[in-house]
Ligand binder design. Sequence first.
Ligand SMILES: NC(=O)c1ccc[n+]([C@@H]2O[C@H](COP(=O)([O-])OP(=O)(O)OC[C@H]3O[C@@H](n4cnc5c(N)ncnc54)[C@H](OP(=O)(O)O)[C@@H]3O)[C@@H](O)[C@H]2O)c1
Length: 355
Amino acid sequence: MKQKKKNNWLLYGATGYTGNLIARLAKERAVSPVLAGRNSQKVKQLAEELGLEWLAFDLTSVDEVANYLKDFESVLHCAGPFVETVEVMAQACLKSSTHYLDITGEIPVFEYLHKLDNKAKKVGITLLPGVGFDIVPTDCAAAMAKAEMKDAIEMDLLFVGFGGVSAGTAKSAIAQAPMGSFIRENGELKKVPQFSISKDFHLEGKSMKLFALPWGDVYTSYLSTNIPNIKVFTYFPENVVKLGRLTQPTSFLLKNKMILKFAQSLIGTFVKGPTEEVREQGRTLVQARVRNARSQEIIVQIDTLEGYRFTSESALLAVQKLAKNPIGPGFFTPSQAFGKNFVLEIQGTTRSNSK
Ligand SMILES: NC(=O)c1ccc[n+]([C@@H]2O[C@H](COP(=O)([O-])OP(=O)(O)OC[C@H]3O[C@@H](n4cnc5c(N)ncnc54)[C@H](OP(=O)(O)O)[C@@H]3O)[C@@H](O)[C@H]2O)c1
């Protein structure tokens, strides 16, 4: 194992909606990070408000970023869309022997980091992406279900009650739009048109239609459980489904960087993320439903916090747990890193009965 470094951890992307929540929670819990981001004015302002140290650097040169990271044991990377930022940050972590954690939910990002498994093992660092709402509760529910049905061959994951999204989440989602949606079939990722797969779900007497989406678990829960057929579902308002279907034939336009940047800047102007009240009061329900070849079924259900509140709690806990008990080098999903019950360590989270 590598030597412990002088400073403990760096929070990169601290000035974003989610990075900011994590920075404040970390300060409150006295597990203070050094804050970082690409905009020195914004980082300085936040750091001074919270009384924390800060650094400003962008993500263009691996060597320069590695030079900043070399003093840190780990980095919690919160600057997304991660398809645009993961490569420089992860390569810099390999170069500086710094553990890498992030809050991505993007399938290509998990795929990219998974391919760095051997390199991470060689230099002795942990790669632990997805320590936010995407994918901790679903990944842990999937691992619990698999532990209870060892011969499961099929799994549907779902979450409902996500109380609105931040600009960063919306920007990451539209960057993925031209790729369509994904499910896993016979162990392989399979591309499917968006909003083409649905299922009915009943909650507290209400019926709703859920749609399959390219959530990170389509990639990762196969690694956590080895179940070969996986779909992830959530609720979308009817107008979003209609708009998504209508605009899908033109979504290839978002492959053009200028058009994508323009659309993302509009999102940055209009999408503000859930209010404090929504974050405090919102609840989310997560289910993993597994089946075996004899059509026997098991459902694991988790009742937890609103998604962004959950993300700040779980990301912070992941950093703390990794610092306390190093889990060894290589790529890990959250349940592989901390066990299937990791989700239940997040305050306000319980395993509940499905009706
Ligand atoms: N796993 C989960 O459940 C979960 C939960 C929340 C968020 N997320 C993901 O986390 C990411 C951030 O979300 P957010 O809500 O914080 O978004 P946000 O408010 O838009 O913040 C994005 C942050 O990333 C920085 N950034 C963006 N592109 C960058 C680049 N190329 N180089 C350096 N910094 C860059 C921004 O810096 P500037 O301020 O300088 O622009 C800002 O600090 C998104 O990808 C989102 O999908 C995941």
